[in-house]
Ligand binder design. Structure first.
Ligand code: FMN
Length: 304
């Protein structure tokens, strides 16, 4: 059985990748994920404001990346969340030098200035990507937010500016309010399988329409979410919450679940089913977008 896939021009033995989290921050977690059979690992992001507060942190991350890239023969992708144009470029260059197989730009900030237009915000993302691309040789992916007026157009602009892959979507920290203390309090929750819906729709809509790899991130807990994402056209499927809750070994369970599902369907390679439910192949391409509740049971797709 051939589970191999290509992501950002990298050959992966299967499509399941560990996405950034505390587990991918240090060498111990990374080793455990390599032992569990991760096809690739995206390291926890280097955040420019953290590095500004503690210079040693960057050195530590670069050292971890260096060790990890020598470890297990799998691609180690570095992730970066900058604040200043110079910060994005300088960190990206250092991450490449430390051995990153690719760089993921965690392009997200809350655009809270009422005078900043959507167009200006989008342009700033494109400019960051172009500046990084001008300085590094390794492939660059962009982890995106779903919050654009036209996510498909944003995706196209990023691909035209050199993104080799798009990671859909980032999940954001949003605070809550403690009604006893009347303070804003952190309220962090792991994802649920329901969180696949938005990326599932967008990957389906974008699959085959952009010259870039597509990575799915959000809501992957079992092989079923892995299969669904592959069916709509994801090249790789990432998971964080499931590994934080069930441990790195859960990654092996996802791979064996995928293999067993393929066996049960008589499929011998990922290519035989990847993208089968991309919007371009659906009998009703609006199936992911405009299905009325009453129509849900009657929507269909073309047989191949
Ligand atoms: C505790 C925690 C830390 C995370 N740190 C990062 C990070 O440093 N950079 C990043 O791009 N995403 C980060 N993420 C987001 C995950 O990589 C992932 O995209 C998101 O959790 C959705 O996937 P999931 O449903 O599998 O958890 C973090 C998520 C969690 C839960």
């Amino acid at each position: 059985m051939d589970l191999s896939t290509r992501y950002l021009g990298l050959e992966l033995t299967h499509p399941i990748v560990a996405s950034p989290s505390p587990l991918t921050r240090d060498i111990d977690g990374i080793r455990r994920l390599i032992d569990a059979g991760a096809a690739a690992i995206v390291m926890a992001s280097v955040f420019e404001e953290q590095v500004a507060a503690d210079r040693g942190l960057l050195e530590q991350r670069l050292e971890t990346l260096h060790q990890a890239s020598k470890q297990g023969g799998i691609p180690i992708i570095a992730s970066l969340n900058g604040e200043t144009p110079g910060g994005w470029v300088s960190f990206a260059t250092q991450l490449e030098e430390a051995g990153a197989s690719a760089i993921e730009l965690d392009l997200y900030r809350v655009p809270s200035d009422p005078d900043e237009t959507g167009q200006a915000l989008e342009q700033s993302y494109v400019d960051i990507l172009r500046a990084v691309k001008a300085k590094v040789q390794v492939p660059v992916a962009v982890k995106l937010s779903p919050y654009f007026s036209s996510p498909a157009n944003m995706a196209k602009q990023l691909v035209e500016a050199g993104a080799g892959g798009l990671v859909l979507f980032n999940r954001f920290y949003e605070g809550d309010i403690d009604l006893d203390s009347l303070l804003v309090k952190p309220d962090f929750r792991l994802s649920t399988t329901y969180d696949i819906r938005l990326p599932l729709m967008w990957i389906s809509l974008l699959s085959g329409r952009l010259d870039a790899s597509l990575a799915a991130t959000s809501g992957v807990w079992t092989y079923e979410e892995v299969v669904k994402y592959l069916l709509v056209g994801a090249d790789v499927v990432m998971t964080t919450s499931s590994l934080l809750k069930d441990g790195p070994q859960h990654l092996a369970t996802l791979v064996s679940g995928l293999r067993e599902w393929m066996e049960s369907r008589g499929l011998s390679s990922i290519g035989e089913f990847k993208g089968r439910l991309a919007a371009a192949h659906l009998f009703d391409p609006s199936a992911f977008m405009r299905v009325h509740y009453s129509d849900i049971l009657t929507s269909g797709h073309k047989d191949h």
